[in-house]
Ligand binder design. Structure first.
Ligand code: DAH
Length: 339
């Protein structure tokens, strides 16, 4: 009897020792087999003695051994739980596990082009100003020497909000807003959205960006306009780019010129992008018409100025060889990711 009690104590001690050393599910399974295994488990073997004992001893020992069995099961189960929890905790802090790559956004190609244009003009001493996208007819047309019924208005089919307000068709009205508020010398550029009721195709979209430029001072000449735009074009498209000033017409400049650059793809020899002409039109420009100065109350004898306006989508398309303006507005990440 005493011997069995001692054996119970020893088994308990052994079991605790074995469990404390076990560090895997496999080791715990082995402990379970060694103590509770059906054939040779230490506790199972003791239980097999019971029928051989006297009836009184049988009851006492029976309950002691059953208690031992239950306790052993509980200890083994407990250790197994601890191991599982440790495994989960290890997974959470596993610093060697490869991390999830966050998706990093990119700056839209149009915004990148505007940024590049801004940087070049800021370098020339120009200031960046913004104007409203909803304009009055006065600023969008009238003050720019395009009175009601002027045929030049027809080219800019517009979105009217009421009979007096419209979504601006060009960034040129910012010229007027700047001159009304300040005095020469003025050197500003103004990037922003414009809207026209154009049918959508590969080169037209009803929403697009322009960058306007205006310089007003005493003794400004056409040479300043040429020098400024030549510098801009060379910075923007490369040092060997050539320019061509073609006489043109805009109601708010006199004289006016459209600026072409030598094709950046074929360098002027003729290709698909330049329709075999060797030249690409990139902007409109001219000397500010005295009629415009009169509208803002400037002394036309004292001040001269030059202005220019360029389409950002077109410049961006030329720079990257993009052949469809619609791509800029579809927000397809497969397109946007490339810039
Ligand atoms: N606003 C003109 C357009 O949208 C572009 C332009 C031409 C702007 C000549 C100018 C300029 O400032 O001088 O067609």
């Amino acid at each position: 009897m005493k011997a069995i009690q001692d054996e119970i104590k020893k088994i308990k001690k052994d079991l605790e020792e074995r469990l404390s050393k076990a560090s895997s599910e496999k080791e715990i399974d082995n402990v379970k087999i060694d103590f509770l295994g059906r054939k040779k488990g230490k506790i199972t073997l003791l239980l097999k003695y019971i029928p051989e004992l006297s009836p009184e001893e049988r009851t006492r020992m029976g309950s002691l051994l059953n208690e031992l069995k239950k306790e052993a099961e509980k200890l083994i189960e407990g250790k197994s739980e601890i191991l599982k929890k440790e495994k989960v905790a290890q997974r959470i802090v596993d610093v060697t596990f490869p991390g999830d790559k966050p998706l990093i956004g990119k700056i839209h190609p149009i915004t990148q082009t505007i940024q590049k244009i801004k940087d070049i003009f800021i370098g020339l001493g120009f200031e960046v100003v913004m104007g409203p996208e909803i304009e009055t007819e006065y600023y969008n047309f009238e003050a720019l020497n395009m009175p009601r019924f002027h045929p030049a208005r027809d080219e800019q089919d517009s979105f009217y909000i009421d009979s007096n307000c419209l979504l601006r068709t060009q960034t040129s009205p910012v010229q007027i807003r700047v001159m009304e508020k300040s005095h020469p010398p003025i050197r500003v550029i103004s990037p922003g959205l414009c809207y026209r009721r154009d049918a959508i195709d590969a080169s037209h979209f009803p929403v697009f960006h322009q960058v306007e430029g205006l310089a007003v001072d005493e003794k400004i000449t056409f040479a300043d306009l040429k020098g400024c735009l030549t510098y801009f074009v060379r910075e923007m498209f490369g040092k060997d780019t050539r320019l061509r000033f073609r006489p043109s017409y805009f109601p708010f400049t006199e004289p006016s010129a459209e600026v072409d650059i030598s094709c950046i793809i074929c360098k002027g020899s003729g290709c698909r992008v330049c329709s075999n002409k060797g030249w690409l039109e990139i902007l409109g420009s001219g000397m500010v018409d005295p009629e415009v100065f009169k509208k803002v109350g400037y002394d036309v004898e004292k001040y001269q100025g030059f202005a220019f306006g360029m389409g950002v989508e077109r410049i961006c398309m030329l720079e990257y060889g993009i052949d469809d303006i619609r791509l800029f507005f579809q927000n397809d990440v497969r397109f946007l990711r490339q810039f």
